[in-house]
Design a protein around this ligand. Structure first.
Ligand SMILES: Cc1ncc(COP(=O)(O)O)c(C=O)c1O
Length: 396
């Protein structure tokens, strides 16, 4: 008898779905959400906004979400200083959907996408589930473990001649922003590729970090993706967007499903954007916690990677999976991203940071790689967490 497994596409058989554990523990620092609830006046405005569209839900929403595109263009222009017009903006239910639209339109069977690992683990999943060949490019060719230099990126682009290149800045899970020289060099070296710069964490970057938005002019194959999930504290609202050449966004209309952004989604995103300053009010506080995490972990003998995001990747652990469990035992959930000796923690409220750092201080004496028992190999294989719930974890 034919089972579902036999009917499933061959390339999907045996795959595990993306997903970080959603556990009910006191301190959840594993998905780079913003820990701060929305300000009460924005909650009131969002509630009002839903109320105003509710009676009209018998009709389809504005398929072109024009008002929302205009508001996103205005936000990008104000925050980056780069003029952005409505026609340059596209949006979806989270930046994952926006990335999916890009791959649907410009990837697919017979085409190749290149990314530089470790980076955001959904990039290869979106590419391969849409039939695009994925090439795992390398980082760390410039001396530092997770560096991506222009020379290394260009050599890899030339070797693989991709149709799509994924860059991520600030990069998840490593946290560091890319120099624009890398973006410029990759763009120039890949004349037939769409170059995506995923800037999901841009608002958290350290001062002086320029956005790839500044490179959009005269580069019609360059795409900058953003999200309201992180700095805007709007992950549950599901609103991601991109800026690119108007002809590029026009092409995305070929692949989106009609009416993909519901009327409530458009209304609540518009309400949030009207209060952009208040919505972004937690960014500086989160950056302060991030920097505190880096400093304190360093003093504990760990090896945090410098971060431009709302999270910190830290190394120096003998056994990342074991430390992950020890932190969970203390009520703190962080992310095992599958990089041996490293874990990733989201910067949350001061109280959450207190809890995480207190737990780390307790476990550090027995967790550090240098103080590890002799039986722990120095080049341990990728940590395979023993709990079934972590079977869903993928390298990110
Ligand atoms: C680098 C990066 N890009 C995109 C996303 C997707 O975010 P969303 O779909 O919530 O906009 C994430 C989420 O963690 C991310 O880390």
């Amino acid at each position: 008898m034919t089972g579902i497994h036999d009917l499933l596409r061959e390339d999907l058989r045996g795959s595990t779905p993306y997903g970080a554990p959603q556990l009910d523990v006191p301190v959840r620092l594993n998905t780079n959400e913003n820990s701060y609830p929305l300000p009460p006046d924005v909650v009131a405005e969002i509630t009002r906004a839903v109320g105003t569209v509710a009676a009209g839900l018998n009709r389809y929403p504005d398929r072109e979400f024009t008002e929302l595109r205009g508001a996103l263009a205005a936000y990008l222009g104000q925050s980056s200083g780069v003029p952005v017009v409505t026609e340059q903006v596209w949006a979806g239910n989270g930046s994952n959907e926006v990335l999916q639209h890009v791959v649907q339109a410009f990837g697919g069977p017979g085409r190749t996408a290149l990314g530089f690992t470790p980076a955001y683990s959904m990039h290869p999943i979106i590419a391969t589930t849409l039939g695009t060949r994925w090439v795992d490019g390398l980082r760390g060719q410039g001396g530092q473990p997770f560096d991506l230099t222009a020379a290394s990126a260009v050599a890899q682009v030339q070797a693989h001649d991709p149709n799509l290149v994924f860059l991520c800045s600030p990069n998840n899970p490593t946290g560091t922003a890319l120099g624009l020289d890398v973006v410029e060099a990759v763009y120039a070296a890949a004349p037939r590729a769409v170059v995506v710069v995923d800037e999901a964490y841009a608002e958290f970057a350290r001062p002086g970090t320029p956005s790839a938005l500044t490179l959009l002019e005269a580069r019609d194959r360059l795409v900058v993706t953003r999200t309201m999930s992180k700095a805007f504290a709007f992950a549950g609202g599901r609103l991601g967007y991109l800026a690119a050449d108007p002809e590029f966004t026009e092409a995305l209309r070929l692949v989106r499903l009609p009416y993909h952004l519901s009327a409530p989604t458009q209304a609540i995103a518009l309400a949030a954007l009207r209060h952009a300053e208040a919505m972004l009010g937690s960014v500086e506080a989160i950056k302060a916690q991030r920097d505190r995490i880096v400093d304190t972990l360093t003093s504990l003998g760990l090896e945090p990677v410098p971060s431009d995001a709302n999270f910190v990747l830290f190394g120096g652990l003998a056994d990342a999976a074991q430390t992950w469990h020890e932190l969970l035992d203390r009520g703190v959930l962080v992310r095992d991203v599958g990089i041996p000796h490293y874990l990733r923690v989201t910067a949350g409220t001061p109280a959450e940071t207190d809890a995480f750092l207190a737990a780390m201080a307790q476990v550090a004496p027995t967790s550090l790689r240098s103080t590890a028992p002799q039986s722990v190999p120095q080049s341990a294989p990728p940590s395979v967490p023993p709990l079934p719930l972590l079977a869903e974890e993928r390298p990110a």
